[in-house]
Design a protein around this ligand. Structure first.
Ligand code: ASP
Length: 438
């Protein structure tokens, strides 16, 4: 029996019915000893996640000094779940303490973390597993930075003497006991951290879809499911918007080559997507493109200057100007006398003119222009490396769909080809690329 860490997302924890399904899944495999849970998510399209209600409580506290109305909704959700599960356990004292401490600590991260805390308390009761508070094992610095090595030691030590436990995802604490959270969706990271610490054979990430699809099902109808993905491919795809799993989740498991299996709580028999450190050769030989992901909301800073290629430190000066304004850069495709810097709109919002002036002062370009409305699409796959014709196929597909490529970037690793297209062409471009390879 292989040791597994099973992490269940918000939809899996949303109702008593889904929690019963979670319990059945956990109990059906004697190796599922450590369970990490999210806060209850949406029960229907227009429902509100418990984490969002908790953030609203914090804002209420800021503005009105009380959060009775929103906290009542949280209380109702948890008492309802406990009652429907038929647990002989009173959750009200836990809720009372949380409400009291939310007022006392006045911290948005403390408030946000309580969904996972209460969810794990309930799940531990349901399974008869021990509850292990993430605040005692997940270590953050006082500045709120996650400390992986300190955490690994603490989790390993604590769980070495507890055979079966439920651990809340999403948060931890610093040495003073102050609660800090990961970014949104961070319970995925917590699960990966636990998997590394207990040296699990497998990290199961249970969600509400059958794993990764080759591309966004909102754009392409019924895209194929990806059966296997490498850590590297996952990183590229999730960075570019394939948001089944938090992009930081691979770092802890990568250290020990622990595979991640994305599974669907509502269709447990589906094999889901397996994420592995090294892709088997047979798959690489068979499949050029593993996935296609993309996002709108980018701009290109286009710079031209005669003899740019001869000017020492030209690129550094441009990048220093961007660094001055704290802008992180996505891609820098360049020509002989031109360079383009691709940036996310969110990075430059409100400071566009100042950035252009700073670059102008730094390198005196012949021309500099900000081109807005760019969408980036990453076509990712180990199978593209050393296979002639992949970029030709991709470009031909876009040309046939009458889509103009505004930018093209392929690194020497050949793991991905990134194209920039106009926002308005985004959906059609994704469809064209998908149908060219699938
Ligand atoms: N509950 C948190 C969120 O909604 C963390 C998580 O579910 O992973 O972002």
């Amino acid at each position: 029996m292989d040791l597994k860490v099973a992490k269940f997302g918000g939809t899996s924890m949303a109702t008593a019915t889904s929690i019963n399904q979670v319990a059945d899944i956990v109990k059906s495999d004697a190796g599922r000893n450590y369970v990490v849970v999210s806060a209850p998510g949406k029960r229907s399209k227009n429902d509100i996640k418990v984490t969002d209600l908790l953030y609203s409580c914090f804002y209420d506290l800021e503005i009105k000094g009380e959060c009775k109305e929103n906290f009542a909704k949280i209380r109702d959700r948890f008492t309802g779940i406990v009652e429907e599960l038929g647990l002989k356990f009173d959750i009200n004292p836990y809720l009372d303490k949380v409400e009291e401490e939310m007022i006392k600590f006045h911290s948005s991260e403390y408030c946000a973390s309580r969904g996972e805390y209460l969810s794990a308390v309930v799940m531990a009761q349901k399974l008869g597993y021990e509850f292990v508070d993430a605040k005692d094992i997940m270590v953050f610095s006082q500045e709120g930075v996650f400390m992986p090595e300190e955490t690994n030691k603490k989790v390993a030590e604590k769980l070495s003497v507890i055979k079966k436990a439920v651990i809340p995802g999403f948060y931890g604490a610093d040495e003073l006991g102050v609660i800090h959270t990961f970014s949104r969706g961070g319970s995925d990271v917590s699960g990966a951290v636990v998997a590394r610490a207990v040296n699990a054979k497998l990290y199961e990430n249970w969600t509400d879809v059958n794993g990764f699809m080759v591309t966004d099902p909102r754009i392409v109808e019924n895209p194929q499911q990806i059966s296997m993905l490498s850590y590297k491919e996952l990183r590229e795809l999730s960075y570019m918007g394939a948001n089944v799993l938090h992009p930081d989740s691979i770092f802890p498991v990568r250290v020990s080559n622990i595979p991640i299996n994305i599974k669907n709580t509502f269709e447990p028999s589906n094999a889901g997507t397996m994420i592995v450190s090294a892709m088997p050769k047979e798959i690489i030989d068979k499949r050029a493109v593993t996935g296609i992901a993309g996002k709108k909301g980018y701009s290109i800073i286009f710079i031209a200057k005669a003899m740019m290629n001869n000017e020492i430190a030209f690129v550094r000066k441009v990048l220093s100007a961007l660094e001055y304004y704290n802008v992180s850069v996505e891609h820098i495709p360049s020509g002989i006398d031109t360079m383009s810097v691709v940036v996310a709109d969110s990075e430059i919002a409100g400071k566009e003119d100042a950035i252009i002036e700073k670059i102008r002062a730094a390198v005196s370009p012949d021309a500099i222009e900000l081109k807005r409305g760019i969408a980036l699409i990453a076509t990712v796959g180990h199978g593209m490396a050393f296979k002639p014709g992949c970029s030709a196929k991709l470009c031909t597909a876009l040309a046939n769909a009458k889509i103009n490529i505004r930018m093209l970037d392929q690194g020497a690793s050949e793991l991905n080809i990134i194209v920039g297209v106009s926002d308005s062409d985004y959906e059609n471009a994704v469809k064209a690329i998908y149908h060219a390879f699938y």
